[in-house]
Design a binder for this molecule. Structure first.
Ligand SMILES: O=C(O)CCC(=O)C(=O)O
Ligand SMILES: [Fe+2]
Length: 319
């Protein structure tokens, strides 16, 4: 396999191995998050075919007319569910994308199984798999961070994270590469961590060492990538680092010309958030100088950051 910008780990032994094998996978995962903030995961219980089906569903959702999609537009930062058109997100630059946010408890702005054949049922099931995976991944970290093994499953017991479908429309490479434009502007995610599935188009880039030297996270079939997000950085008192990432045009191969139209790109992110009533404060390890962050309430943190991102379409919430 071609070399990757950050480690690729099989999760198989964490799911079904011995205690020793489990700890070995957990340590590798922790090390990758400590050093890079990112990991490729394979053998994690969602097959490449299921991921293909999910992308086919996503395409069916976005293939509808804009008018249809706008009928179910996201309207509240606190609920954060529904459709957002091109231009909705304000992350300090101009993004070229449209999104749909799906949750486990509140999905009033989801098309019915008749409106988009089988969509709601499929997304509920896919969501559940992502949720379970996120609990397993966090449990692996708990093992190495000397937390109770059920620390994160308890923190997520009433949580309603969101599954976000992203569609980056076909666009000229020169537009994406012009100043201030991107498929998605550099940002960090603000939950605990994010599980990300990408199609084969490419363009995701990450800045693992905080040097503004972005490296490609090239798509690899059958894998997902997982990144540390801001709340986990705070909880781990900076031992795990949330890193900037962006989606730009895929790097040119020899046969491609710079005048080219970029094809559509689909990706799906599962943003892992704790239950709204959970407080997150740094766990300080022996030898560290003390907590680097104040305690924050997970629900308020999420609503505040969501509202900031959607400043173009929603009224601001003071934080
Ligand atoms: O599309 C991607 O690969 C990344 C999406 C992303 O970073 C986000 O939605 O926060
Ligand atoms: Fe992101």
């Amino acid at each position: 396999m071609a070399s990757t910008s950050f480690p690729l780990i099989s999760f198989q032994d964490f799911l079904s191995g011995s205690e020793v094998e489990k700890r070995d996978v957990a340590q590798k995962l922790y090390n990758a998050f400590h050093t890079y903030g990112w990991v490729y995961l394979q053998d994690f219980g969602i097959s490449a075919n299921e991921i293909d089906q999910m992308f086919a569903m996503s395409k069916k959702y976005f293939d509808r007319s804009l008018d249809e999609k706008l009928k179910q537009t996201l309207s509240s930062a606190a609920v954060n569910q529904g459709y957002t058109p091109d231009g909705a997100e304000a992350n300090g630059g101009t993004d070229h994308k449209e999104c749909y946010e799906h949750r486990r408890f509140t999905n009033d702005l989801c098309p019915t199984d008749t409106e988009v054949a089988g969509f709601h049922t499929f997304m509920d099931a896919f969501y559940k798999k992502c949720f379970n995976l996120s609990v397993d991944v966090l449990q692996a970290l708990a093992l190495i961070m000397n937390l109770d093994l059920d620390y994160f499953s308890t923190a997520l017991s009433k949580a309603d994270p969101q599954l976000r479908l992203l569609h980056y429309m076909p666009i000229e490479r020169s537009v994406i590469e012009s100043k201030g434009h991107a498929r998605i502007t550099p940002h960090t995610d603000f939950g605990l961590c994010t599980i990300l599935f990408q199609d084969s188009v490419g363009g995701l880039e990450v800045d693992p060492f905080h040097t503004e030297n972005f490296v490609p996270a090239t798509p690899i079939r059958g894998t997902c990538v997982i990144n540390v997000a801001d709340l986990l950085q705070r909880l781990s008192n900076d031992r795990l680092r949330s890193t900037m990432h962006r989606v730009t045009s895929p790097r040119l191969s020899n046969e491609q010309s710079s005048g080219q139209m970029l094809p559509a790109r689909y990706s799906t992110a599962f943003f892992v958030h704790p239950s709204a009533d959970v407080d997150i404060e740094p766990i300080v390890w022996e030898g560290e100088k003390g907590a680097k962050y104040e305690k924050v309430n997970a629900g308020e943190w999420r609503t505040y950051n969501t509202s900031k991102n959607y400043a173009n379409i929603l009224a601001p919430i003071k934080g």
